[in-house]
Design a protein around this ligand. Sequence first.
Ligand code: KG4
Ligand code: ZN
Length: 336
Amino acid sequence: ESVMKILSIESSCDETAAAIIEDGRCILANQVYTQIAIHRKYGGVVPEIASRNHVMKMPYVVQDALDEAQLTFDDLDAIAVTKGPGLVGALLVGVSEAKALAYALDKPLIGVNHIEGHIAANYLAFPELEPPFLALIVSGGHTNLVIVKDYGTNIILGRTRDDAAGEAFDKVARVLGYPYPGGPAIDQAAQIGDAQAIDFPRVMLEKDSYDFSFSGLKSAVLNELNHRKMKNIPYKKEDVAASFQAAVLDVLTEKTIRCAEAYGMKKIVIAGGVSANKGLRTRMDVAAKQHNWALYYPPLSLCTDNAAMIGARAYYDFKLGRTSSWDLNAVPGLEL
Ligand code: KG4
Ligand code: ZN
């Protein structure tokens, strides 16, 4: 049986990315052009600026991927692209590029769900990893606990009711004066700060719920900072970062453990930008030892947005017959 080479494109937020993936598991090329430096001065992603930069960079990123793999368009078997969720204008750049390529080259087009892509980052890092497993997805836009039953079936057990985990990191970082994106800055600060300095709320919701809520925690951090500024009570930024992060990690770890126990899952996968968090990885490593889990999280380069994970997921979508037609459109609010 011959191998399948998929060119994949990602442009859902502020990374312009293209990759070439063989049979869903092997990275032949992985090019990421990040716009972080462009958006930093605005304190967050400006959608219109993101779209414009995707337009400017996309053809070069695609060519760089081909060059990296030492391939030409003729060597490709399919074109994949993130169809959602994400910023609509940003998504449309990738979708248009992928459609144009697939049409011109007469190859199949595969629209991929970005969240499923994050999960598939682990397929690239761990060739032996196969469903079923329990996945905790923690990114800038999403927080989900889901049983990946097989390559085509997700059972969603929990989702955020307000802010995503990464969103909370970014908002708290912003009020602490850290540059965008704040997650990595909080992660670093938390390593030297005192996690017990401030007792922030751990919002667990109903006893049997696997949903999340982080907006109350975010408000608690803002209120604490305002209170201290008004009363001239000194504080260390690092302590606030560490205390905030500990509250997030307590909830994420506790809910994952509960969920794994309730459903008898021993194979646990973490994915999404926040899975880069050192504290989260350490906490999950400890939980894995205690509960006898086989635990998987991607290398740092595959945690945040990239096209390699989209190409990995696309392979399984293709095998399931889930190809797209020429009316493929961006779906900004696409769910898992
Ligand atoms: O998956 P991702 O690149 O984009 C989305 O699909 O949303 O996730 C980006 C999010 C941002 O909120 C960023 O602050 C967060 O992941 N992040 C982190 C870390 N690295 C990235 N959060 C905590 N600790 C980190 N080390
Ligand atoms: Zn993402």
